[in-house]
Ligand binder design. Structure first.
Ligand code: SAM
Length: 297
């Protein structure tokens, strides 16, 4: 489109936002991309093409949405901030196959959204995620087993390292194991803080999670597996038998289960592999107490 506004030009973006009386909300993680090379690279990386539908979370003023819409058969973008709806109407006016859903991505039934929005299409998720919900939204996308090929997202650099860490390394956390169970993660490229308006205090990176068709190991009860993982990392300085108390086990029970799974009692959470956690989940009976569950971090 020849005469459309350039959404990576700071002056143009500021004028557009001023015209709509818009002020950035820190609470909603609003840092808009103004580096012209990033959105085309993200759109390419998620594989958007004429046979693909792309789900975006948090379109902002539509800078990535446009790049996706230039390539994909359909783009559906979920935006929570209703003040951005008139802005998006203006910036996406020339893209009839880009569709905005007003709502909270954490609350919407995403399986239903995908089924209704992309019948007959391959599906990818592509987004510059609001940082305050990085882990919960990724876990929601993965756990709801959306029929998507990949999830290509911008996250904070530290989150990228943790999400894509190899089990057994210092960077890994509970979320590393959850991601590894559902997907094959990779860091694609770094993005400096100066690529955003306003500039955040940290650098970012684009990661791609290739969603697995089958998990790499078999477990009967995934909820129990991840409860053990969260407990182990929740108290990562403690020995494993003590840390696993967080999953409702007593110390002797936990020590016996570790022995049975062939894991040294002195091992630390980050030294375990996904297969070891799976063996642990199999060898120890889930207590019937109801524990508060929180997303892995
Ligand atoms: N995609 C745009 C870009 O790259 O310039 C904006 C990205 S900005 C980091 C995150 C966007 O997510 C904002 O537009 C914000 O309003 C929106 N957002 C925040 N929380 C959300 C939620 N729970 N559901 C949907 N959108 C949300």
């Amino acid at each position: 489109m020849d005469n459309e506004q350039n959404l990576t030009d700071i002056g143009t973006v500021k004028a557009l936002l001023a015209r709509h009386g818009f002020h950035f909300s820190k609470k909603l993680g609003q840092n808009f991309l103004i580096n012209p090379s990033v959105c085309p690279r993200m759109a390419e990386a998620c594989g958007a093409d004429a046979g693909t539908g792309v789900l975006e979370i948090g379109p902002g003023i539509g800078v990535l949405t446009r790049e996706l819409a230039r390539r994909a058969a359909r783009v559906t973008a979920i935006e929570l901030d209703e003040r951005l709806l008139p802005v998006l109407e203006e910036t996406l006016g020339g893209y009839p196959h880009a569709h905005i859903l007003h709502g909270d991505a954490m609350k919407l039934d995403l399986r239903r959204v995908v089924a209704e929005e992309f019948p007959g299409l391959r599906v990818a998720v592509c987004a510059n995620l609001p940082y305050y919900i990085t882990s919960p939204i990724l876990m929601k996308l993965l756990e709801s087993r959306l029929p998507v090929e990949n999830i290509t997202v911008m996250v904070q650099k530290e989150a990228a390292q943790r999400l894509c860490a190899l089990p057994g390394t210092r960077e890994c956390g509970a979320v590393t194991f959850a991601v590894q169970y559902y997907a094959e993660p990779e860091v694609l490229f770094p993005v400096s803080r100066g690529s955003f308006l306003p500039a955040p205090n940290v650098d970012s990176a684009v990661i791609r999670l290739k969603v697995r068709r089958e998990p790499p190991c078999r477990v009967e009860d995934e909820e129990w597996l991840f409860r053990l993982v969260r407990a182990a990392f929740g108290q990562r300085r403690k020995t494993l038998p003590n840390a696993l108390a967080g999953a409702g086990l007593d110390k002797q029970q936990a020590a016996a289960a570790l022995r049975e799974a062939g894991i040294p009692e002195t091992a630390r959470a980050e030294q375990l592999t996904l297969e070891m956690f799976a063996a642990l989940a199999k060898n120890v009976e889930k207590p019937h107490t109801v524990l508060r569950s929180s997303p892995p971090s």
